[in-house]
Design a protein around this ligand. Structure first.
Ligand code: LLP
Length: 413
């Protein structure tokens, strides 16, 4: 994380020490850096400065209102996958005309909500969704802007749970079916064909799958043009990976150069849907060591758990763990685990650390797919969220209370 500093032996996010964050807001607590969020957005968006494009931040990666607010102020568009995300973008001051609506199962109410708001485009994933959208737009007396999300059958070479562009996946429209469906779309009274969309997977660290997918898409765009269907934009989705451990992430300048080569001189503008790349390394999860259980296998039980950060349990994901203050204890190999009653409740395995009970730990790269995937499992209130700006900390998500956990529920009459 670019905004994480060691100041006199204490870890700080920008100008705020993590010891102060814990003292003020407790643990577990997510801490985001505004400077890191802004730098990531500017780096991404700036890489495509020479090409007409719209960056639509993928809200699913981190949907905290303050995070959306930071991006909205920078002029970002947004990629949403539910009515809930749509409502968040509006609450954060996002521009509906820069929203694309993705997802394989949009409900009738969600389609209506998008139409009423006048969003930029629906990324349609099936012929049934197209028909439904046409019908609803008709009843509203409007026309629905549409891209078809096609499935280019490309291997993104990432974790199977986050691969989405292979033909066996549930996502998108099979390539062979795309042309006839575009023809049908072009003939619908309440639909305007705007573009084409792909999203091949997440945490992708190679450029080749993007090249392969983009070339397939361009072939289709040209075939459509020959059939008299001219597209305004190509949406290349998200998926650009970050460094968690020792990965070599895609260099954005090389990505942009490859795109410029493929799209230079063409009429279509581009759309991107980056999520992880904009937020992943702009946040950490702050947790405190509750108990140490040294032994043949030594466990450090911390107050964050799989309900706060599911990625290690779900994908065997590796997140760096750093003590907030250096200590003089003898280092040993620790299993960093949470209080949840599951053996899968680990945050990190086999880490050599010098620890004492009460120490604070920073779990890195927790700005994306962390808080958004958290749950109340074991009736654990969700963590607090703090956004640091220089030497100021803003509480942007207060810790859930135990009362809130069952406020929706009731006993039998
Ligand atoms: N666009 C679409 C249509 C998507 O489905 C996704 C992510 C994105 C954009 C943003 O992808 P990104 O740039 O963040 O890779 N929970 C998993 C990641 C799931 C990604 C789902 N789709 C994880 O923790 O690794």
């Amino acid at each position: 994380m670019s905004a994480l500093f060691d100041r006199d032996g204490t870890l700080c996010v920008e100008g705020v020490s993590l010891t102060d964050v814990a003292a003020r807001h407790g643990t577990p607590c997510f801490v985001y850096s505004r400077a890191a969020l802004e730098a990531a957005y500017r780096e991404f968006d700036g890489a495509f400065a020479g090409t007409p494009h719209l960056t639509c931040y993928a809200v699913k990666a981190n949907s905290n209102l303050a995070v959306l607010d930071v991006f909205a102020r920078l002029g970002s568009g947004f990629d949403v996958v539910s009515g809930g995300e749509l409502a968040r973008v509006l609450a954060a001051g996002g521009d509906p005309r820069k929203i694309v609506f993705s997802g394989v199962g949009k409900s009738e109410a969600e389609l209506r909500q998008g139409l009423e708001l006048g969003i930029h485009c629906f990324n349609v994933e099936s012929s049934s969704e197209l028909a439904r959208l046409d019908r609803i737009a008709g009843t509203l007396g409007t026309r629905a802007p549409v891209s078809l999300r096609v499935n280019p059958d490309v291997d993104p070479r990432t974790h199977p749970y986050i691969s989405t562009g292979l033909k066996e996946s549930k996502f998108g429209i099979a390539f062979a079916e795309a042309l006839p469906l575009y023809r049908r779309a072009a003939g619908l009274a309440n639909v305007v064909v705007r573009g084409i969309d792909i999203h091949i997977g997440s945490q992708i660290t190679a450029l080749e799958p993007y090249r392969e997918a983009a070339m397939k898409v361009l072939e289709l765009v040209d075939a459509l043009a020959s059939a008299g269907i001219h597209l305004e934009h190509v949406d290349l989705g998200g998926g650009i990976g970050i460094r968690y451990r020792d990965e070599t992430p895609v260099d954005l300048a090389s990505y942009a150069a490859m795109i410029a080569k493929l799209f230079g001189g063409r009429r279509e503008s581009l759309l991107f849907e980056p999520g992880r790349r904009l937020t992943g390394n702009a946040g950490i999860l702050l947790t405190r060591v509750a108990y140490l259980k040294p032994g043949e296998r030594s466990f450090a039980v911390v107050d964050a758990a799989m309900n706060d950060l599911l990625r290690p349990a779900l994908y065997d994901a590796w997140h760096d763990v750093r003590p907030v203050r250096r200590c003089n204890e003898r280092p040993r190999i620790w299993q960093i685990v949470g209080p949840v009653c599951e053996s899968a409740d680990f945050l990190a395995r086999d880490r050599e650390l010098a620890l004492v009970e009460g120490d604070l730990l920073a779990i890195l790269s927790a700005g994306a797919y962390a808080m958004v995937m958290s749950s109340n499992y074991n009736s654990r209130p969700r963590a607090a969220e703090v956004l640091v700006e220089g030497t100021t900390m803003h509480l942007v998500g207060r810790r859930e209370s135990v009362g809130e956990l069952f406020a929706r529920e009731s006993r039998l009459p």
